[in-house]
Design a protein around this ligand. Sequence first.
Ligand code: ZN
Length: 689
Amino acid sequence: MLLLTLMTTMTCNMEAQRGTDFRYTDETFADIQMLRYRVDGFENLTLRQKTYIYYLSEAALHGRDILFDQNGRYNLRLRRAFEAIYTGWKGNRESKDFRAFAEYIKRFWFSSGLHHHYGCEKFVPGFSAEWFRQALQSVWQQNNLQSLCLATCAKGAPDGELSAEAACERFYQEVLPVIFDPAVMTMRVNQRDGDDLVLTSAENYYGEGITQAEAEQFYTQRKAPLDPQPIMTGLNSRLVRGADGLREEVWREHGLYGQSISKIIENLLLARPFADNEEQQAVIDKLVEYYRTGDLRTFDEYSILWLKETEGLVDFVNGFTETYGDPLGLKASWESIVNFKDLEATRRTETLSQHAQWFEDHSPVDPRFRKPEVRGVSAKVITAAILAGDLYPSTAIGINLPNSDWVRREHGSKSVTIANLTSAYSHASRGSGFDEEFVIDEATRQLIRQYGDVTDDLHTDLHECLGHGSGQLLPDTDPDTLGVYGSTIEEGRADLFGLYYMADPKMIELGLVPDAEAYKAHYYNYMMNGLMTQLVRIKAGGTIEEAHMRNRAFIAHWVYEHGKKDRVVELIQRNGKTYVKVNDYAALRSLFGELLGEVQRIKSEGDFIAARALVENYGVQVDAPLHQEILQRYEALHLAPYKGFINPVYTAVRDAQGQIVDVKISYSEGYDEQMLRYSRDYNDLPDVN
Ligand code: ZN
């Protein structure tokens, strides 16, 4: 599970340069601002550690094509065609069409595909179909057809018999509706209650024409009902229709995505001799075994080795991990992060995990749903060194893995908060004018200035270290019962755990907050975000789709409604603008506790009906006039609602024998430069997979 950033951190002002080579903020396009993160401490690592990180980064970047293909079956072909135009087109680059196209390809790169990374809706091109055809054709002619996509386009035609024009025309006819027709591949992940979620989602986890009922039946049959240690069935494969019915194409070496996976394996094995300890080498060996076999039992074994290895300085995630991109929540997108410990900040999360049992015992939930013994809650603060796959460029600020329920129950989990990303967000947010516009008064803004950063970090820690790891399912509850509402309920549960405890005197006792006022800054931000300001991420007329946004909405609206008669939280009008007013912070805490009890009950009992009611009643619908107002106020600030990160560049310095003698880090690569370099150097998969 991952935690995405709150809306409290946003802006567009340029930061002063720190050092010669580094700045926090970079270019802005569409609804996106690119940031950079500093890898503080990298220069002080040993050569061995730097070399380890270097090869792990290579293993990370080699998964890039996988995610593009997972996000849609045309994405790799389109990326290559778009890049050919972007780099090779000789026409007027100041024209309206080209400028719209340049923005489009930047969004396409950012999302690893045709659809918005967060809202999942297909991008609307600002250039004409005719311009696209002509640009593509002229680029192909320049390249004498040695170009991209030809293999695909010439499929079925004898060698050399397809003219440039004919090849181009065939490609064009195939992808035209994919790019330009709003009715084709409309949503990457459609979660609308009542729709056939598989048929109507454009992701590439299910073959064409496969229905939700078929997919659900296929996986229900494969579930071993009495297995106390069930594998995550369906996690690492595409479900396709074969001659004898449905079957899985497994993502593994020599299987689907085998070309990328071989490169990942190669670099993991190059990294292996430089690992911090033998346990890490065992982790790599098991991961390689899993990539070779695709066996999900091996994946669970790998996960256990991985979560238990907490001594090393360097760590990484590399694999098919999160299931947010599958409407059925079974299939995992590929992602990677390489990181090393931030020792100072790790002390904070260690304090929390040392007291994990205290938090579990005092949690405001039915005692039957508490874990009698909270095991292995390990937590640390890390410095990200590279982001890849589904963690790039848009990324999480905290990660809690593995996702397997039985592994978590029996072995615990590993939690990280990513401090250098959080700090890049907060640097970018200063002076944005956002709080001035949306926070009710100067006293509250002062509260947020004073405590906002520390409580934001603390909430992330509580969410990741304790929230996800807390509670237990009743023995006969199937972990998948909550279906499409599972992610939202789980994220809500972890958020509520953090919200409830943030206001606890225990926080002061443990030295995690300076005083009894601090939590109020976070409560205000959370309510403002959930009731109002997160709506800036949604287009007029839309509903809330993404799991984290839904959880924040259902929490904020539920406590708002349930505290209405006591006026705990109000929405008030001043000069025609709506503001959140919190009248009673202590009562707000009680409401968070009450809702935590209910959400834990839903999870523990697998109460699908209640999960659906909670999410659909409080987490999906948008108050249209309020939404309109928020969008207008936000627009006037000229801020980009989404952020993403440009990676640093690592360069290996080698001696005459090819041994790495140093690894240099640089922050000067531009966004498009980085994307084009990745497309060139990590170009592992064919057009069609
Ligand atoms: Zn989470």
